[in-house]
Design a protein around this ligand. Structure first.
Ligand code: PEP
Length: 257
């Protein structure tokens, strides 16, 4: 983390979990456990149907609500999809884009990730753009090239001001939901690499302002070590964000002010 130049963002990704009543119960459970978090933003990305209820349930907290996906078109015949304006109007502030599960199961590509990133920013939402390599790719030694390609594709066509608002989540696919966390050094190296790519493309001032998260089995035990890496500015957290105690332990690990 580097609190001088950028905010730490701890974001939960609830995926296809929790009904509205479970969302309300979670909000009540974490309220007394959360410390003040001036330099750490807290986000929960929840199923689209529960966004309005989540916004209401977390109203008295500093937890912002986000979507887990969006379409890049403004409207049209795309059964089952939601637009960025729909997310915005019901109170979402963030949206996850290009999660590896969307890339794997729903044909998300680097092109659609780029289009969605443009759409989210145009609507005033902060995109959390996920990038990451598979185990095979890591073992073949192409992690750096692959991440550079994914980052450049996601940010293509954005101006400097827009890039500053993008959150990049480095999520090695082999670490998501598997209990296998990247070591702090592995995660820190790739996050530093992402910052170097942004520095080369957009300059040092933009690069040091961008929040880069690590995601992949981050939990209450390993969060502090991962967050101590200078280029890891938060986490995108799946499983551990479903448990109030674990999620607040991670938030409080990021609360260094
Ligand atoms: C995720 O879904 O983005 C994720 C990192 O999941 P988990 O923390 O469960 O590995």
């Amino acid at each position: 983390m580097n609190l001088k130049y950028r905010k730490t963002i701890i974001a939960g990704n609830w995926k296809m979990n929790k009904t509205l009543s479970e969302t309300k119960a979670f909000a009540e459970a974490i309220k007394p456990m959360m410390g003040k978090h001036k330099w750490c933003e807290v986000v929960l990305c929840v199923p689209a149907v529960n966004i309005p209820g989540a916004v209401k349930a977390f109203k008295d907290t500093r937890v912002a609500i986000g979507g887990e996906n969006c379409h890049y078109e403004a409207s049209g015949a795309f059964t089952g999809e939601v637009t960025v304006e729909m997310l915005k109007e019901v109170g979402a502030k963030y949206v996850i884009i290009g999660h590896s599960e969307r890339r794997q199961y729903y044909n998300e590509t680097d092109i659609t990730v780029n289009k969605k990133t443009h759409a989210a920013l145009a609507a005033g939402l902060r995109p959390i753009v996920c990038v990451g390599e598979s185990l095979e790719q890591r073992e073949m030694g192409v992690t750096e090239e692959l991440i550079a390609y994914q980052v450049k594709m996601a940010l293509s066509g954005l101006n400097e001001g827009q890039v500053r608002r993008v959150v990049i989540a480095y999520e090695p696919i082999w670490a998501i939901g598997t209990g296998k966390t990247a070591t702090a050094q592995q995660a820190g190296e790739v996050c530093a690499h992402i910052r170097a790519i942004i520095r080369k493309e957009y300059g040092a001032r933009v690069a040091r302002a961008v929040t880069i998260q690590y995601g992949g089995s981050m939990n209450a035990k390993n969060a502090a070590e991962l967050l101590a890496q200078p280029d890891i500015d938060g986490g995108l957290i799946g499983g551990a964000s479903l448990k109030p105690e674990d999620f607040t332990t991670i938030i409080n690990a990021a609360n260094q002010d």
